[in-house]
Design a protein. Structure first.
Lengths: 114, 113
């Protein structure tokens, strides 16, 4: 059962473009929405995170937009660079049993061409 | 520098073997997690632990067990490895106060023949 749906599966943009990755969820118990970035041969690393009471959050060239009523959130990368080429995962957290856990989307492979 | 280490980067085992994957974190984190990562399926949670000797099932616990005898160490056990357990296994840890930020190890690529 996929609780966080992520699209697209892969994305190719030119340097300077603005790739957008979208995620949707159904579980209204989700209460925090992080994005992770994974380079080949490495584990994922937290990129940026947003709470559901905030509609937008920016950190450098990365922006999360959050639409609580639509249960959707997205990642925008401004002025994308070849070094941004990686797999991106959206995630959502909820309190399960006795502690928090994350549910991840299936990932988006981003390629930024020079 | 925060660190999560996994005992092996690559591992090849035979069907039916018992397999141990070890994970150690040096950040004094309360929570530790085991995921498997497969192409097109993303990261799926196998088990997690929020305290020593405590464990919770994740989304795909079948065929796996875990052990956490010390705060810094979390082990994943495949009692009888099968070919469908060939995968990348990722360990992660987090603080309860920053539960959305998990620190991942580099992963163990397990092949079961």
């Amino acid at each position: 059962q996929q609780q966080v749906k992520q699209s697209p599966q892969s994305l190719i943009v030119q340097k300077g473009g603005i790739p957008i990755i979208n995620c949707a969820y159904e579980n209204t118990a989700f209460d925090y929405f992080p994005w992770y970035q994974q380079f080949p041969g490495k584990g994922p690393a937290l990129l940026i995170a947003i709470r559901p009471d905030v509609s937008e959050k920016k950190e450098g060239r990365f922006t999360i937009s959050f639409n609580k009523s639509a249960k959707q959130f997205s990642l925008h990368i401004m002025d994308s660079q070849p070094g941004d080429s990686a797999t991106y995962f959206c995630a959502a957290s909820d309190f399960a049993g006795s502690n928090y856990k994350l549910t991840f989307g299936k990932g988006t492979l981003l390629t930024v061409n020079p | 520098d925060v660190k999560v280490t996994q005992s092996s980067r690559y591992l090849v085992k035979r069907t039916g073997e018992k397999v141990f994957l070890e994970c150690v974190q040096d950040m004094d984190h309360e929570n530790m997690f085991w995921y498997r990562q497969d192409p097109g399926l993303g990261l799926r949670l196998i088990y997690f632990s929020y305290d020593v000797k405590m464990k919770e099932k994740g989304d795909i616990p079948e065929g796996y067990s875990v052990s956490r005898e010390k705060k810094e160490r979390f082990s994943l056990i495949l009692e009888s490895a099968s070919t469908n357990q060939t995968s990348m296994y990722l360990c992660a840890s987090s603080l309860t106060t920053r539960f959305y930020e998990q620190f991942f190890g580099p992963g163990t690529r397990l092949t079961v023949l």
